[in-house]
Design a protein around this ligand. Structure first.
Ligand SMILES: [Zn+2]
Length: 213
């Protein structure tokens, strides 16, 4: 579905299997955020087909973190598509998960700070807690925030997986809450739009979920 001019969302709504939401930024380059599980790429594939975009017309794949429901399909993208993931997350994932699923060799590593791809300027924000090197991606021009598994509508990411850390997650969420966000684009569940709804969601998380971190 179209979120706004220049952004499509492929929301995963099948409760029988776990997979993530994927997002397509359509600037002068096409950027796919979190391609998801290899076996469940069909919903993205169908969405791309409707747009008449083939897989190798994706210029860049960005991955928020190394869990297979976000990352696995990234291994299937080859040149000319470039794959980027967090630097620390790459090393952690390779060390700990390479025996379980194929970890891609990224073409570039994401670090805190600005990332310009074609005419789209993004900001990479390091948000450890759900996983040690997780990143969120902020698109200042559109006030859009891709949160991976850090923040959801009505919830937060798990901290009980390998490398999870509740106090780091709390700090990460506080940083995100300080941003000016019109569109909260989480890795699972529904999106949120409207500054007031996004603010209310952060407030609910701080009032309720922070007690458990
Ligand atoms: Zn995750």
């Amino acid at each position: 579905m179209k979120v706004f001019e220049g952004l499509r969302a492929f929301i995963w709504r099948d409760n029988r299997a776990n997979n993530c939401n994927a997002y397509l930024i359509e600037g002068s380059k096409r950027i796919l955020v979190d391609p998801g599980h290899r076996d469940f790429f069909d919903h993205v594939h169908q969405g791309l087909s409707k747009l008449k975009v083939s897989r190798d017309q994706i210029d860049v794949v960005l991955v928020t973190h190394g869990h297979p429901d976000h990352l696995e399909m990234a291994s299937n993208f080859k040149a000319p598509t470039l794959v980027g993931m967090g630097e620390e997350e790459y090393h952690f994932t390779k060390e700990n998960y390479a025996f379980h699923y194929k970890v891609p060799e990224p073409d570039f590593l994401l670090r805190e700070g600005d990332l310009t791809i074609g005419d789209v300027s993004l900001r990479i924000i390091l948000t450890p807690g759900h996983s040690p090197g997780s990143v969120c991606i902020y698109w200042p021009l559109k006030k859009a925030l891709f949160t991976g598994d850090v923040v959801f509508s009505q919830g937060i990411g798990r901290t009980d997986l390998l490398g999870g850390n509740g106090s780091l997650l709390k700090e990460s969420i506080k940083r995100l809450a300080a941003l000016d966000v019109e569109y909260l684009l989480p890795g699972h569940g529904e999106m949120l739009s409207g500054r007031e709804s996004v603010k209310a969601n952060f407030k609910m998380i701080e009032d309720f979920w922070f007690n458990y971190l």
